[in-house]
Design a protein around this ligand. Structure first.
Ligand code: SF4
Length: 375
């Protein structure tokens, strides 16, 4: 079992909080696709011929691709890799791109899961983030996607925004959950260095919400998600009827994946590779047989840290026996002792096999995880 991530590095405009690699210059889409297909060909042995269970078009804005461009990539993937007949094929889309014709085209091209970046249901916040769409477009895009035939729709939301009040957040969530969709990813705003939000924060032009408000918004999120039958299966991810993201779940369980396109990462169990975060240099390097990625061999400690980090963020938690099998009894005992300390205070629960974070534990997950890391 393996996965493929494809980074489409084009956006129509840049959101003020975003630090993903992207460009608004779309003149190189054709050259990019040529280089991308070449990279996929070069990388095909990286996952040792394993069956592909998930393909994920992320970005950037993959919904910027025209029908022929997307079909060219999908056709190539099908001819180059062993893609499972029931593979989850996700495409990230912006609401303003998702007009009925586009939705039909995506469905007919083989995309079976849409991840729609609605981000907020308040026009003032959408404007402040420099999103291109408005609330009406967001609602329309989700309704159309469901009506046209997408049965696996995920929405992205951001909370913890400057001046987002608990009432607005509450209202947003009720509006969101009134729609027909199966999965929600909700992330607290992070101020990434190099973004306008970060600069404005440093200059005092915007204010970060305080920790109490962050916790309050996180609690509102979990309560309302539960109320609408969504299960929190990872700190930031919620699913209805067990429609977990197979792609994210495979990252968490350490399966191999190819990441193609500028800034994309690949992983084969022992090493991680990351591509150049510059479109022109990426195209030039791939086309001319030059080096376009760096490689990092993962040490045993790094593998251990990653294992703990990804497992403890999920509702399934961490198994001490599995930790012992993979990283030795000594490390497993250290993890267990540390988690038992938090268990006493109600931050961690134990079901006889697994230790997992309680809701209170999720609030302090960074502290718990940093105490478990081997440095
Ligand atoms: S959030 Fe998405 S649409 Fe906005 S700039 Fe980042 S990648 Fe582009």
């Amino acid at each position: 079992m393996a996965g493929i991530y494809i980074h489409i590095p084009f956006c129509r405009q840049k959101c003020y909080y975003c630090d993903f690699y992207k460009t608004v210059n779309t003149s190189l889409i054709g050259n990019f696709i040529k280089a991308l297909l070449k990279e996929l060909e070069l990388r095909k042995d990286y996952i040792d011929g394993e069956k592909i269970e998930t393909v994920y078009f992320g970005g950037g804005t993959p919904s910027i691709l025209k029908k022929d461009e997307l079909r060219q990539i999908i056709y190539f993937l099908n001819n180059t890799f062993d893609i499972a007949s029931d593979a989850e094929i996700t495409l990230e889309a912006n609401p303003d791109d998702l007009l009925p014709d586009c939705i039909e085209m995506l469905l007919n091209s083989g995309i079976n899961r849409l991840s729609i970046g609605v981000q907020s249901f308040q026009n003032e916040h959408l404007k402040r983030m420099n999103r291109r769409h408005n609330v009406q477009q967001a609602i329309q895009s989700v309704e159309n996607a469901a009506k046209i035939g997408f049965k696996n729709i995920s929405l992205d939301l951001i909370y913890g925004l400057p001046e987002l009040t608990p009432n607005q957040w509450n209202e947003t969530l009720h509006q969101v959950f009134a729609l027909s969709f199966q999965h929600l990813s909700a992330y607290h705003l992070t101020y990434h260095q190099g973004t306008p939000f970060y600069t404005w924060l440093k200059k005092g032009k915007i204010n970060e919400i305080c920790e109490t408000e962050s916790v309050e918004q996180f609690n509102i999120l979990i309560d309302i998600a539960e109320m609408y039958g969504f299960e929190q299966y990872e700190i930031s991810n919620f699913a209805k009827n067990k429609m977990y993201s197979k792609h994210n779940s495979s990252y968490w369980s350490g399966v191999k994946y190819i990441g193609a396109g500028p800034s994309a990462h690949s992983f084969n169990g022992d090493e991680r590779q990351w591509n150049i975060s510059n479109l022109k240099n990426y195209i030039n390097a791939v086309e001319n047989g030059l080096s376009y990625f760096e490689t990092e061999q993962l040490s045993k400690n790094e593998k251990f840290n990653e294992f703990v980090l990804v497992h403890l963020r999920t509702k399934w938690g961490i198994s001490i026996s599995e930790t012992g099998r993979k990283f030795g009894k000594e490390n497993a005992n250290i993890v267990e002792k540390e988690l038992q300390k938090y268990q006493k205070y109600g931050f961690v629960k134990y079901n006889g096999n697994y230790y997992a974070l309680t809701r209170e534990g999720m609030f302090i997950s960074d502290e718990i995880l940093s105490n478990l890391m081997i440095v």
